[in-house]
Design a protein around this ligand. Structure first.
Ligand code: NAP
Length: 264
């Protein structure tokens, strides 16, 4: 096994990272940052987002594993005191390879097109005041949005920003995307559904700002960028998937319960 290791950079995560390398070497696992087959993160779900974006061009070759140094995460579901157990399993057994859907975003600009492959969510806000945008579903006008912003999430991203907006938590075996509103204004001119909308894989949505010169704030997972000259934004479920290595069963609903509810 060739592994790459990324940590959050805080003292605890760095110490655990050194411990991981030492124990991995003793078990014959090879560190390889350029061509790993397993990418291990130490920190939190945010660290996993960084690792995903670093290795997203090698998605067909790598499987991800996350160790949490704080509270249990959705991607980072091994606890810090389980390091030795994880390394024993990595050295002696084959994991189940679980695949999760991703979001494909295409931004049509005055000067060309850019594409993003998103793990959690795509976020659109205005750089100056409220965002106004038409939303089309499958090339038919659906609603005119005015408000703070729009979040389009993947099933695994549904427990992130989307959940704070009242969106549904979606099991990642469902190949779907979810559109959630951030503080929509509803009146006779601007009217939205008000609840989040879930689209299946064979559907797509387009977000069209009426003024292409408007400065927009675009969020791709943890990455934020300013963009102007945006004509339209198309979102659909990607054909590509991200792979996670599972060395023990830990169902999605157990992770949801432990993260948000605790023991029942
Ligand atoms: P951050 O602002 O430092 O962290 C945001 C929090 O979201 C962290 O507690 C992170 O967990 C958690 N998180 C990330 N992905 C998650 C997921 N799929 N399910 C449940 N929780 C998740 O930013 P960051 O660490 O760079 O993470 C960026 C993410 O933050 C975005 O993708 C978005 O989902 C989330 N976010 C949430 C809100 C909100 O809820 N109001 C607003 C902006 C962004 P860890 O502590 O384990 O890293």
């Amino acid at each position: 096994m060739k592994y790459a290791l990324l940590d959050r950079g805080d003292r605890l995560s760095r110490a655990l990272s050194e411990e991981f390398h030492a124990q991995a070497k003793a078990r014959g696992l090879l560190a390889d940052d350029d061509n790993p087959d397993t990418v291990v993160t130490i920190g939190g779900d945010g660290t996993m987002l960084q690792a995903y974006h670093r290795y997203k061009d090698q998605l067909e070759q790598v499987a991800f594993i996350g160790i949490h140094t704080g509270h249990l995460g959705f991607y980072a579901d091994w606890q810090k005191d389980e390091l030795t157990e994880l390394l024993d399993r990595m050295a002696t057994s084959e994991p189940r390879r679980i695949q999760y859907p991703l979001l494909h975003v295409e931004i049509e600009k005055a000067d060309g097109k850019c594409e993003y492959l998103v793990l959690n969510e795509f976020t659109l806000k205005s750089g100056d005041g409220t965002l106004v945008s038409a939303i089309h579903i499958n090339d038919e006008p659906f609603e005119m949005f005015r408000g703070d912003g729009i979040v389009v999430s993947t099933p695994t991203g549904s427990t992130g920003y989307n959940k704070s907006l009242g969106g549904a938590v979606i099991h990642p075996s469902l190949e779907a995307l979810q559109i959630a509103e951030i503080a929509s204004i509803n009146n006779r001119v601007y009217r939205t559904l008000g609840s989040s909308v879930i689209l299946p894989k064979h559907h797509h949505c387009d977000i069209v700002p009426p003024d292409p010169e408007e400065e927009l704030i675009i969020g791709v997972d943890h990455l934020l960028m300013q963009m102007s000259g945006v004509k339209s934004i198309m979102c659909k479920v990607s054909e590509r998937k991200v792979t996670f290595a599972r060395y023990r069963p830990f169902t999605f609903w157990n992770r949801v319960r432990e993260a948000f509810i605790g023991s029942v």
